[in-house]
Write a protein that binds this ligand. Structure first.
Ligand SMILES: Nc1ncnc2c1ncn2[C@@H]1O[C@H](COP(=O)(O)OP(=O)(O)O)[C@@H](O)[C@H]1O
Ligand SMILES: [Mg+2]
Length: 259
């Protein structure tokens, strides 16, 4: 039923972020559809993370944000999260004192204000319901590639690569419509990068609109449907991975330097 007129799941227009005298993001526009991976690349300090902060209203910004065509510019970060627009950070973020399973339950609880969520929070409620919630949390972790043997551990006690996966899975929680993922593969390599790539592709298959900032060119070129290149706060180029790889301005400003 996705007619030609269907609006993109997430569209940003003219986003501008200023920190004092510094314009970190300047008139940025892009859009991403459900079931699509948009890659964002650019040098350090280009304004990539500021762009995510702007979309999720974590900073003051000018411009417009639309979800399925609806203007959501004025909504607060947590209201956007409730609508299924969420972000992960360059640094890992989870509850260090909780097990992975409990972290997953908390993430699903965050996304529901239902009776199920209440029964998780109220231990005197039916035990069977809690078991059901634990099973759902275990299924969430396992289905995204986090092995059951890790579910009882705390985040600090699992491999770093698995921590990176966990950050994305917790942001997905009970389901997301648009996920902004900031350098998921930072500090990883080899097999861990492959697991992250599989996770991002899986999110796309589930119909999530995925926007991913990443420095690993092999990874981003392999999985992104389209790429936006940011340099000094501005959009330098936009296109398919193949188009970006042969774009003169990009080669000069960024890919050439990074190589
Ligand atoms: N909270 C902040 N206050 C002031 N300057 C910031 C802040 N966050 C980022 N910056 C600056 O804004 C620019 C863009 O930063 P950032 O969005 O983090 O870039 P990237 O993620 O592309 O590396 C940089 O010059 C950075 O130093
Ligand atoms: Mg950044």
């Amino acid at each position: 039923m996705a007619g030609a007129a269907a609006p993109p799941l997430l569209a940003v227009q003219g986003l501008t972020v200023r920190y004092g005298a510094l314009t970190a993001l300047n008139d940025m526009s892009w859009q991403v559809s459900a079931g699509e991976i948009l890659g964002i690349i650019g040098p350090n300090g280009a304004g990539k993370s500021s762009c995510f902060a702007a979309v999720t209203h974590a900073v003051r910004r000018d411009g417009e944000v639309r979800l399925e065509g609806q203007r959501v510019t004025g909504l607060k970060t947590h209201e956007l999260a409730r609508l299924g627009l969420r972000r992960t950070f360059q640094q890992n973020a989870f509850f260090g004192e909780l097990t992975l399973l409990e972290n997953a339950m908390a993430a699903m609880l965050r996304d529901h204000s239902t009776s199920l969520a209440q029964s998780i929070a109220l231990p005197w409620r039916e035990l069977a319901t809690r078991r059901k919630a634990e099973a759902a949390a275990a299924e969430l972790l396992t289905s995204f590639g986090i092995a059951p043997e890790d579910h009882g551990k705390r985040p600090g006690d699992i491999a770093y690569g698995t921590q990176r996966l966990l950050s994305v899975v917790l942001a997905y929680g009970a389901g997301a419509r648009a996920l902004l993922i900031d350098e998921p593969a930072a500090g990883t390599g080899g097999a861990d990068m492959k697991r992250l790539a599989d996770l991002l592709v899986d999110l796309r298959r589930r119909g999530v609109a995925v926007v991913v900032i990443e420095h690993h060119m092999d990874l981003i070129m392999a999985i992104a449907d389209r790429i936006v290149v940011i340099d000094q706060g501005r959009k330098l180029a936009e296109g398919t991975p193949a188009e970006i790889q042969r774009n003169e301005a990009v080669l000069e400003a960024y890919l050439g330097r990074a190589a």
